[in-house]
Design a protein around this ligand. Structure first.
Ligand code: MG
Length: 381
């Protein structure tokens, strides 16, 4: 049997079995399978990429986002095949160095020497190791970068996109454009809307949460005028409102045909979300600031949210995102991403409950949908 046939036979077998019960490798051939020699992780490197400060930083209702940079994790197996994970920071400059040190000192010892076909086990080891100081928050961002790099490495080793490795249900997904930052003037908003429509977008999102309801309504009406009635319009308050304000404003937004009302109040105020979701007809979307599948479970159990919006970085990487998405699917809760890097796209290709993917409005689309990338691993290149 040739090396290529051997690989194909293995893939045929492995694709039928969710999450590969065992990765084996045939001796001597890079990336191919042998029963006796499991592929292990040999190296983990962390590098930083700092952006030039944006002279005109974007702003939402609660924060300025100058775009600080990325923490990149590269894992390399004994076969010499590497996988990449990345965590982006929009603000807080010291985060990059702090996360690098955390990954190198706390997570790296949990990863070196582990089997590449045992990623779930490595994920659980990282969760256990960070329990003492809190696996949520900063830890889950670090775990996300490592978990992403491991899956990318496995996909490249087996020479398949991760979405095919996991077993997908979509080849393309509907996406929307985030067009309306708080600090943009009317002309900029109009141009962004028009550019998105020209590229084929059929849904856009607008930041709201101005000091008064009147200002929010003026902004929403203006965007609706530009995009017309057939384009979906979502609105995002970025946690700035009180429960009372959210209910009052939400009732006004319902009359303006808004598709969802995102993060009206503080992300962790589960009782508040429960109250808002029960009093408003408009769909309440939240989750970009939740840090684990367990936090989503509490929100879903309390009927506190209509649409979940996990963020790959904060939720803990592809392993945790997949758990979260499948759990939501079991409860009939739709999934709309917060952000959408290549790894997140791969996960969403496998979730039947995905309704929308967030982008910055940069893609050319067919029917408002974007194809899932075909490259091995996560198609970072
Ligand atoms: Mg948001």
């Amino acid at each position: 049997m040739t090396v290529e046939n051997s690989r194909r036979n293995f893939l045929k077998y492995s694709l039928a079995v969710p999450f590969l019960p065992e990765l084996v490798k045939t001796g001597g051939h890079s990336g191919v399978i042998s029963k006796d020699v499991p592929v292990k992780i040999k190296e983990l490197e962390v590098t930083l990429h700092r952006n030039d400060p944006n002279p005109n930083p974007i702003r939402d209702a609660i924060q300025v986002l100058p775009g600080i940079g990325n923490v990149m994790v590269k894992v390399t197996s004994e076969d010499g095949i590497s996988g990449t994970g990345s965590v982006y920071f929009g603000r807080i400059d010291g985060s990059l160095d702090a996360l690098k040190s955390f990954i190198e000192n706390v997570l790296k010892p949990q990863v070196l020497g582990t089997e590449l076909g045992f990623i779930r086990g490595t994920y659980e080891a990282m969760i256990r190791e960070t329990d003492y100081l809190g696996s949520k928050g900063f830890s889950s961002m670090a775990i996300s970068a490592v978990d992403t790099a491991l899956w990318d490495c496995l996909g490249k080793t087996l020479q398949v996109p991760c979405w095919k490795l996991w077993g997908a249900c979509h080849t393309e997904l509907p996406v929307y454009a985030m067009i309306g930052w708080i600090n943009l003037d009317r002309e900029s908003i109009k141009k962004r809307c028009e550019d998105a429509l020209k590229l084929g977008y059929r849904a856009v999102k607008l930041k709201i949460g101005y000091p008064t309801l009147a200002e929010d309504l003026e902004r929403i009406r203006y965007v609706r005028e530009v995009i017309g009635d057939s384009t979906k319009l979502m609105i995002d308050a970025n946690q700035v409102l009180t429960v009372g304000e959210a209910i009052e404003r939400g009732k006004a937004f319902e009359d303006l045909n808004c598709y969802w009302f995102e993060e009206p109040i503080h992300a962790q105020n589960i009782e508040g979300y429960k109250q808002i979701a029960s009093e408003l007809k408009i769909q309440i979307a939240a989750g970009e600031n939740l840090y684990s599948p367990q936090e989503f479970a509490f929100f879903i159990k309390q009927n506190a949210v209509d649409i979940i919006q996990p963020d790959l970085r904060r939720c803990g990487g592809p392993t945790a995102l997949m758990d979260t998405g499948k759990m939501a699917n079991a409860f009939g809760i739709p999934y709309a991403s917060h952000g959408s890097d290549a790894a997140h796209f791969n996960v969403m290709a496998c979730l039947p409950n995905v309704i929308m993917v967030e982008t910055g409005g940069e893609y050319r689309l067919e029917n408002g949908r974007k194809k899932i990338p075909e490259g091995w691993g996560f198609s970072w290149e």
